[in-house]
Design a protein around this ligand. Structure first.
Ligand code: ADP
Ligand code: MG
Length: 476
């Protein structure tokens, strides 16, 4: 064995000890050495996903393991092996994880649906317009109903089931919600279901696509055909309306909206805010938008999150029969990933990736490890150093100026250390900055305090409770 490869096998040994057998076999088993120089070790992995995962989670450790063998080394490079080389290297490649991850991106354009149904004479401009791609998984069947979206769902369903010539009940239907709360899912479900019977033409467009289509049509002087295209459909579905920009596009949108609504055709719109907050839009458009049914979808409750997770797992299992996620894991995810539906989906993808890569069953422990970074309890709330000082001072019954002073009596030293510790853990401020904000202290003092409290929290349950309570007070 060459010296390099000897080194490499020692590095692998270190890595294995360092990250544990499970993690090692999931992420590093298929990492190969390509070359090594005095300064850099170059390794390769079979997929882009593995590459970015290792880079974002383990780069430091890989480098450290190398440096333990070769202290001069300064860098590790990671590349994705080309398929040819990869085929030669590993025949038993189980699941192309990238494909799993890309699943969502692999949306096919809706060729037989809205586009196929457009009136024949205007096919060209329909091309310029090009319906936005639909994700075949976003249907009513996979849309889970909960308290926060019952009304939006009912309205969308009603719209989707309408027939040509039926009186239009609410027009436009305007759904608004924050990121990841199901707007696109609902709109695409309307589009699928609406087109299903072949009776009506439902066109789904993102606002961006609308703008692009309009600009293209103007350029190629097919703007008239473009307008006809839009006016020749039964239901126009526009997603992410907040991105609609530009005076002429807005004017065009306004005309289209009026033309469709006035001729009894349905318009469905989603945006991240209510019509009144779409500041860049003309007042007339806003009031037209507000004149239909405006429904908000709220945050996903825990129950709903659990159901969404279950539904995701069921979808995945259609292709990966062996993918089993215990209820306890789903409950854990539903409880801890509070943010939005995208992170729920991301979590399931991670578990799937891990499961298929390592062949190991999904356990609570594995889930906790894999989704750690998706759990962002304090994200919505930015904690300020002033708040920390105020709350800590109140809680320990000292004054804020005591905390900032140079007094060293026990009754202020501890609260001060706790406050610095909280500043480090709850904010993104650097140690020197925290030092400055605590009466101009040195960053080593802050570091000392942080370490001190960290150590004490491990040993002293009463202090651990105090710190926990303070965190909660600050994050509420
Ligand atoms: P938005 O367009 O509001 O940002 P999406 O519709 O893209 O959000 O939803 C984000 C993810 O969450 C998608 O994977 C979607 O399927 C899922 N999701 C959101 N709400 C629901 C729901 N009620 N039922 C099932 N999946 C949902
Ligand atoms: Mg969306």
């Amino acid at each position: 064995m060459s010296i390099d490869h000897e080194c490499w096998s020692k590095v692998k040994g270190r890595l294995r000890t360092n990250v544990g057998e499970d993690v090692y076999s999931s992420w590093f088993a298929r990492m190969d050495l390509e070359s090594v120089s005095d300064l850099a070790a170059h390794m390769s992995v079979p997929t882009r996903f593995l590459k970015s995962w290792i880079q974002s989670h383990y780069a430091d450790r890989v480098l450290a393991c190398w440096q333990a063998e070769m202290p001069t080394l300064q860098r590790v490079d990671l590349t994705v092996r080309t398929p040819a080389r990869q085929a030669a290297l590993t025949k038993e490649n189980k699941v192309p994880v990238e494909d799993l991850r890309a699943d969502r991106g692999n949306t096919r354009p809706l060729s037989g649906g809205a586009r196929g149904n457009l009136p024949p004479g205007i096919a060209d401009s329909a091309d310029a317009l090009g319906p936005s791609p639909l994700d075949p998984r976003l249907t009513f069947d996979s849309f889970v109903i909960g308290r926060s979206n019952t009304l939006a769902h009912a309205a969308a369903k009603q719209v989707a089931e309408g027939r040509r010539g039926d009186p239009v009940m609410f027009n436009p239907l305007y759904v608004h919600a924050g990121v990841g709360l199901g707007k696109t899912h609902l709109l695409q479900a309307v589009t699928f279901a609406g087109n299903a019977g072949g009776q009506r033409r439902v066109l789904y467009l993102t606002a961006e696509k609308f703008m692009y289509g309009f600009v293209q049509a103007l350029k190629s002087q097919t703007a008239l055909a473009f307008k006809d295209t839009l006016r020749g459909i039964d239901v126009l579905v526009i997603d992410d309306l907040q991105f609609l920009q530009g005076k002429s596009t807005q004017a065009e949108f306004c005309h289209t909206l009026n033309a469709l609504i006035d001729s009894g055709r349905q318009v469905v719109i989603a945006a991240d805010r209510p019509p009144s907050d779409l500041e860049s839009l003309d007042e007339r458009v806003r009031s037209r938008l507000a004149g239909g049914l405006v429904v908000e979808m709220g945050a996903l409750g825990e129950e709903l999150r659990l159901e969404i997770l279950k539904s995701r797992v069921a979808t995945v299992r259609v292709h990966h029969h062996g993918f089993d996620v215990p209820l306890a894991v789903l409950e854990y995810l539903a409880k801890s990933i509070t943010h939005n539906g995208r992170d729920l989906e991301g979590a399931i993808n991670r578990l799937l990736a891990h499961n298929t890569l390592s062949g190991q069953p999904v356990t609570l422990e594995m889930a906790e490890r894999e989704v750690r970074d998706l759990i962002r309890p304090q994200e919505p709330k930015r904690v300020k150093i002033e708040d920390i000082q105020r709350v800590v001072a109140r809680q320990y019954n000292v004054s804020r100026s005591d905390l900032l002073s140079s007094r060293r009596t026990a009754n202020v030293v501890r609260p001060r250390q706790v406050a610095m510790y909280l500043a480090k853990t709850l904010t993104l401020r650097s140690l020197p900055e925290i030092g400055r904000r605590f009466g101009g202290r040195d960053h080593t003092t802050v570091l000392h305090a942080v370490r001190k409290i960290e150590a004490l929290v491990g040993k002293d349950p009463a202090l651990a409770d105090e710190v926990e309570l303070l965190k909660r007070l600050l994050q509420e």
